[in-house]
Design a protein around this ligand. Structure first.
Ligand code: PGA
Length: 254
């Protein structure tokens, strides 16, 4: 069966001190309070990863990166490769976040290569998709999601696809305080799962965790996570507060 995952995307936040405080608080609170089996993942900026790994060692809390380069190594100043991340002990990597797509011009074909490079190095990609407000208002959201999911992931064989996590993050809900309703999110999650089922079969589709992201908070997490096809969350703003992040972890059904 698929796992519930709650991943904190810290984005460009986390000085050394903030990283130490937040990671230690999350580990302590997770140990004391969380017993529903949820996989908690902290994704700080690259430079904070080693510190997060040190502070989470021996705990159930995992570390992830927010991006990786598509090539194995080489002259790519400022970039970080999947083998480097893996060598430090990173488990997950977010691929194709809408901010990477919007501000760094990352498109599906490139993201497919990043997914491959991540997997070739035993990292679990958290592949993001999601429509903008104008795409939703224009009724194009299903088509956009289908294209993002197919072009980013459907070159994988069934075994590799099962080793990915998908995150649906409507761009209009990210950092805006506007959450998709549980029904709106469920509709898209079920659609993504049906796309997978059509091509790979329902066993494969049922085994993949599909996370919701976009203004998830302790107050709305339980309702979202209760939906049949929502298997946890990718959390931005609320992941910067240990209390909120842990309360979101606790909102996963036991
Ligand atoms: P948010 O961000 O929770 O602040 O809306 C989610 C994300 O971008 O992953």
């Amino acid at each position: 069966m698929r796992k519930y995952i709650v991943a904190g995307n810290w984005k460009m936040n986390g000085t050394l001190e903030e990283t130490q405080i937040l990671a230690s608080e999350v580990v302590n609170m997770y140990n004391d309070e969380v017993n529903n089996g949820v996989v908690a993942v902290l994704c700080p900026p690259f430079i904070g990863i080693a510190e997060v790994l040190r502070l989470t060692r021996g705990s159930e809390v995992k570390a992830g990166a927010q991006n990786c380069h598509q090539e194995l190594s080489g002259a790519f100043t400022g970039e970080v490769s999947a083998p480097i991340l893996a060598s430090f002990g990173v488990n997950y990597v977010i691929i194709g976040h809408s901010e990477r797509r919007e501000y760094f011009g990352e498109e599906n074909a490139l993201l497919a290569k990043k997914v491959d490079q991540a997997q070739a190095n035993q990292l679990i990609p958290i592949y993001c998709c999601g429509e903008t407000l104008s795409q939703r208002e224009g009724g194009a959201h299903f088509q956009v999601i289908e294209q993002q999911v197919k072009e980013g992931l459907f070159h994988l064989n069934a075994e590799k696809l099962q080793q990915t996590v998908i995150a649906y993050e409507p761009v209009w809900a990210i950092g805006t305080g506007k959450t998709a309703s549980a029904e709106q999110a469920q509709e898209i999650h079920a659609f993504i799962r049906s796309l997978i089922a059509i091509t790979y079969g329902s066993d494969v589709a049922d085994s993949i965790s599909i996370l919701y992201g976009g203004s998830v908070k302790p107050t709305n997490a339980a309702e979202l996570f209760a939906m049949a096809d929502i298997d946890g969350g990718l959390i931005g703003g609320a992941a910067l507060k240990s209390r909120d992040f842990i309360d979101i972890c606790k909102a996963v059904p036991a």
